[in-house]
Design a binder for this molecule. Sequence first.
Ligand code: CA
Ligand code: CA
Length: 542
Amino acid sequence: MRYRILLPALLCALLLALPTRAIGAERPAAPNDPYYGEQWALRSEAANGIDLLETWRFGQGSGVVVAVLDTGITAHPEFEGRVLSGYDFISDALRAGDGDGRDSDPSDPGDWVSAADISAQTYGPNCTETSDSSWHGTHVAGTILAAANNGVGMSGIVPLAQLLPVRVIGHCGGSVTDLIDAMRWAGGLTVAGVPENPTPATIINISLVVERNCSGAMQSAVDELSARGVIIVTAVGNETLEASRFAPANCLGTLTVGATTLSGDRANYSNYGSAVDLSAPGGAATRGSGILSTYNEGRTAPAASAYALESGTSMAAPHASGVLAAILAAEPNLPRSDLFTLLFANLAPFPAGSSCAQTPGLCGGGIINGARLYAAFAARTAPLLTQVAPTELAIGTSSAVSATIDGSAAVLTLLTPTVCSFDGASVTAIASGSCILQSARPGSATVQPVDLRITIAVPGNTPTLSLSVPTRLKVGRRITPTVTTSSDGVATLTSRTPRVCVFGASGRLRAIASGTCRVRVEVPATAQFAARRITVSIRATR
Ligand SMILES: [Ca+2]
Ligand SMILES: [Ca+2]
């Protein structure tokens, strides 16, 4: 079975000239990239976009790896410094067009099909349409992670994320076996004959479909990747058919994305039905309503970098991948079940009167929207912590400690075993300092952005401290003062009146003039005892 690339419904390869660098007036929130204004898909819910600026409240994807399984990648200033070592999984050297089968170079040499290729059946009898190179992988990647605020071109959704380019589609399509191996490798699973992926992706974007059932091998790949926390985002296809007919969208556990237009309605090409989880902007093939992203000027082999408008569910899927990448960069340990629960509960409804609104289940649960998701996450990540704990606890004493988060019993973990011990129900103070317990929701490894710690002060015990000296001392006489203390700290003695009395090297006190000799005795704080000092007066006389 051969894969067909998800060609845009009507490829609108409008090449846009690189602009001169924008100067000045950068709004504090919106990026300065000159084509940002044309990226309607990044606008707010009112404009049926994903709301980029609200999505950025999660951050810009720093630290997250997004794999794009596609035609490969071309050099583009918008990706500079953020392209990881991907892989070329195309086994068929002829389709790959780079002279060999699988190799470690995921660059896209072009996937054009010439009239001569068709008459010679270079790519088999089923390859019957001529086309220029699609630069499909480059376009998909740009939507996800093109550089922002670099004064050039467009803005991606997660401009700090890293791209793992994986090549699965060459001239006139690709193979399902290559796609499955590429999925496994991209997410960190082992693939025979291929070196281990040193930078596995958290999100795998697949803007490709093939009309067939989800095979056992493909479902296994999805299951194993899901178990590792990898999110597989797939386009649902552009055939205006039931999405359930197309893999990998019909594999259980993939996040499937249909396409909406500028008006928030289903794009007329988008597949539909119960296999569609949600929609995202995919655009229509008319000027002003397409999806602007990174591209290449070459008609066959790659040439200069460029930008182009395209439309399709291929363009919708990376919008979802980008928003999810922003969230997972902010909360890498978020349980995926929590992520999906929040995602599906916080989609933007389809506009009233649209076909998607009129026929529930046609286009998934709604349009992915960063503003709604951020609001939901912000509400979730401000949990109410109630605690039963003393504010202060004396060394050697115990007290019951418990906490609830949003009404549910919290799991408490002791962070300071040198200061206190914790048996699951009560804390016993061992030494002075801060006794700290971390509280967390049961069963959640989620990083909490708010402080959910319980802090109990453990003061040191107050030591006894006295100094044994006579009340009077003749000038010229020496004595050896005796310190008595319960502290385990080392006492120091100093004269506060050096004109009257001084300590010699031997530690003996000598009166040198008549008057009041004041001696300070100090013990420092220790694990068990607080610091303490006293001052004792001695009358020095001739
Ligand atoms: Ca190759
Ligand atoms: Ca840019």
